[in-house]
Design a protein around this ligand. Structure first.
Ligand code: SF4
Ligand code: MG
Length: 315
C-alpha cells in the first residue's frame, strides 16, 4: 500500500459549502504473505476505510494497492472480479453480514456460485470441508444463520471468506461484537487457520489487546494517518509515538508490576473535515512542542529497520 488517500465530499446546505472529508491521508504499509498486519486506532481514524479501499469496495483518491504482483487501485468494477476472488472480508457483525434467508450451506457456497463454474455437488463437498475447518459440522449446513450464537456465526463468516482460498483476508473488528471468552476462541481459530493455509491477514481493531496475539506487525492510525508502525514486539515493548503510548497505557496487563502509567488523552478526536495543522495529534498530545502546531512531522525510521514513527520527538 503506497501513499493511499481517500476523500469524501460532504453535501453542502443552504448556508454551508460542500466540504471534503479526508478519511485516509497518505497511508503506506506492506504485509508479507502468511503474516498479520493490524491497523489499530479509535473509531473514525480511517482504518475501516483503508480496509474497504484495499478490498476495492471503495476507490482510492490517490495511491497504489499492489496485491499478488498486480496494482488494483483504479481498476473498474468490470475488471475487479479477480480482485474479489483474491481478497475476502470478515466483518464485525456476522449477523448483519449473513443473509437471513439463506441456509448456512448457501451462505458459504455463495462466492463459489459467483466466481466458479463448480457443480452443486462439488460446491457441497467444499462447503462440508470448510465447515469442518472452522469447527462446525455437516449438521449445521441446513440451518439459518439466526439459529446460531455470535461465535458460531463468525465461524460461518470465516468459512465463507476462506472458501475462495483468498490471497488476503481483511478482518474488520471480527471479534468486537463477541463476549471475551468467545473472542479468544475466534482469534485462536484465525491464527490456526493462518498456520494451516499460510493465510495473510489485514486485521482491523480499535483494541490493542485484541491484536496483541494475532499480529506480526501493527500500524497505529490517528485521523487518517499511520503515526507509528512496526513489528508487534517493538510497538508493545518500546512505543515511540505519544499516541501509541497513550493507547497502550489503557491495555490491561495481568502482572501489576508491568502496569504502565495510564495516560488519559485530553479533548475529543478532532474532525477529519478540518484536521489540526502541523501534527494532527497536536491538540491532544501531552508532549506537544511549538513546531508541532505548524509543521507536519515526517515519517522517520524508529528503533528497527521496519519501525516507523511520524513525530518531531524523533529528531
Ligand atoms: Fe506530539 Fe509533536 Fe510528536 Fe505530534 S509531533 S505526536 S504533537 S510531540
Ligand atoms: Mg470501523
Amino acid at each position: 500500500i503506497n501513499g493511499l488517500k481517500k476523500s469524501f465530499t460532504l453535501p453542502g446546505g443552504m448556508f454551508a459549502k460542500k466540504r471534503s472529508l479526508k478519511a485516509v491521508h497518505d497511508v503506506s504499509f506492506g504485509i508479507e504473505q502468511g503474516t498479520t498486519y493490524s491497523l489499530v486506532g479509535e473509531s473514525g481514524c480511517g482504518k475501516s476505510t483503508t480496509g474497504r479501499l484495499i478490498s476495492r469496495l471503495l476507490t482510492p483518491s490517490h495511491g497504489e494497492i499492489w496485491i499478488d504482483g498486480e496494482e488494483i487501485s483504479q481498476k473498474k468494477e468490470s475488471q475487479l472480479k479477480l480482485v474479489r476472488r483474491k481478497v475476502q472480508m470478515i466483518f464485525q457483525d456476522p449477523y448483519a453480514s449473513l443473509n437471513p434467508r439463506m441456509k448456512v450451506r448457501e451462505i458459504i457456497a455463495e462466492p463459489l456460485v459467483i466466481h466458479t463454474k463448480l457443480s452443486k455437488a462439488e460446491r457441497n463437498h467444499l462447503v462440508s470441508e470448510m465447515l469442518e475447518v472452522v469447527g462446525l459440522t455437516e449438521h449445521h449446513a441446513d440451518r439459518y444463520a439466526h439459529e446460531f450464537s455470535g461465535g458460531q456465526r463468525q465461524r460461518i463468516g470465516i468459512a465463507r471468506a476462506l472458501i475462495m482460498k483468498p490471497k488476503l483476508i481483511i478482518a474488520d473488528e471480527p471479534v468486537s461484537a463477541l463476549d471475551v471468552s468467545i473472542q479468544s476462541q475466534i482469534l485462536n481459530l484465525l491464527k490456526d487457520l493462518q498456520t494451516e493455509f499460510n493465510l495473510t491477514y489485514l486485521f482491523i481493531s480499535h483494541d490493542l489487546s485484541v491484536v496483541e496475539h494475532i499480529s506480526d506487525s501493527i500500524g497505529v492510525m490517528y485521523l487518517g494517518t499511520i503515526v507509528e508502525s512496526g513489528p508487534k514486539d517493538v510497538i508493545f515493548s518500546n512505543p515511540q509515538h505519544p499516541y501509541t503510548k497513550a493507547l497502550l497505557s489503557s491495555v490491561p496487563v495481568p502482572d501489576p508490576r508491568l502496569r504502565r502509567e495510564r495516560i488519559v488523552l485530553q479533548g475529543d478526536l478532532p474532525s477529519p473535515v478540518n484536521p489540526p495543522s502541523g501534527c494532527r495529534f497536536h491538540t491532544r498530545c501531552p508532549a506537544c512542542m511549538d513546531i508541532c502546531r505548524t509543521v507536519e512531522p515526517e515519517v522517520k525510521k524508529g528503533l528497527a529497520d521496519d519501525h516507523f514513527v511520524a513525530c518531531h520527538l524523533m529528531d
